[in-house]
Design a protein around this ligand. Sequence first.
Ligand code: NAD
Ligand code: UD1
Length: 341
Amino acid sequence: MRKAVLVTGGAGYIGSHTCLALIREGWRPVVMDTFANSSPEAISRLRSLTGSDIPVCQVDIRDTEACRQVMSQYHCQSVIHFAGLKAVGESQAHALEYYDVNVNGTHSLLKAMTCEGVRHIIFSSSATVYGEPTKLPISEDHPLDPTNPYGRTKLTAEKLIEDVASSSADICFGILRYFNPVGADQSGKIGEDPKGQPNNLMPFIAQVAVGRREYLTVYGDDYSTKDGTGVRDYIHVSDLAIAHLRALEKLVGFDENFVVNLGTGRGYSVLEVLDAFSSVSGRSIPHRFNERRVGDVATVYADPTLARNLLGWKAELGLKEMCRDHWLWQEANPLGYDGEH
Ligand code: NAD
Ligand code: UD1
């Protein structure tokens, strides 16, 4: 019998790709999602891609009783916790909501797990918990000093999980700090579908390439980087999905807590990403330079050594594949899942 894993936020961008990887490796994902920032169509696509009947529960993670029921009904033995709110700007305007979903939601889930005897949780954290880099590459022992409410909710949720695990032997965790997830599954059937104007670089570029937006604004050309634009560690979402499998196996197999970075260890500038995307899509991508975005830093990239040593995982796909697959998805779904934005 395939082992059931509760996947909160499983209809979202990273969650849907992880569900696909789970099914391909013989797990049974049980999706819990409110569809606050996703579409049920993502699940329909997953079902048709895999031929698997994926259970979906439209439940808010803050509803502890409902979480318990789902865990019990489907005999979930572990949890991969993606559900949350993730827009930095929005977190400044709606801090209460961000703490409620990201921190109270995690608390509710941990409570349900404890009641139902579900031991293992993999948590989606972010490189944003490090704040402004004091050294590069960023390893897991880098100081933690997030500069915005979103980052602080992620750090608070990390601490909450660690404290609950140290107060009770019943919970074990793997905390994964993602750098910049981009790309899509090679089928072109699932991908990133931001609601409204994208905040992040790759989805914005893709929407310019497909003709939904006129031009990309490049935030800053005077950073001390190779070409003056910001440098980030982009990671293919399919590589990221596989990392969750390795993390789950490690956690379930060894009952050992860990915190690891998930990145490639290599940084690319905005202009390098623009060039790579333009080249794989064959589209010109108009852009204009503007002031730096408030809160941005020049360069961020991971030290991915621990993930390699601990999980036996490293990113395999490069910038070209990231752009190629993001474009495959965007070109086939110019208006996203529901065709109306
Ligand atoms: P996403 O918005 O696509 O997915 C999150 C999912 O959670 C959505 O399907 C949404 O409907 C669901 N959700 C939101 N509130 C919920 C609630 N109260 N109860 C149940 N479901 C709820 O985001 P993503 O890019 O897939 O990110 C997944 C996780 O990874 C998030 O926790 C995010 O903070 C973290 N993360 C993302 C990135 C990134 O760049 N995408 C980087 C670092 C960390
Ligand atoms: C952002 C979030 C961060 C989150 C990460 C991954 C902010 C301040 N930080 O980081 O918390 O963990 O995404 O989801 O939002 N850029 C442009 N034009 C654009 C968009 C971006 O030039 O329209 C540039 C940025 O200045 C940056 C690079 O592209 O140099 C990458 O930006 P983005 O994709 O938003 O990621 P981060 O800034 O790393």
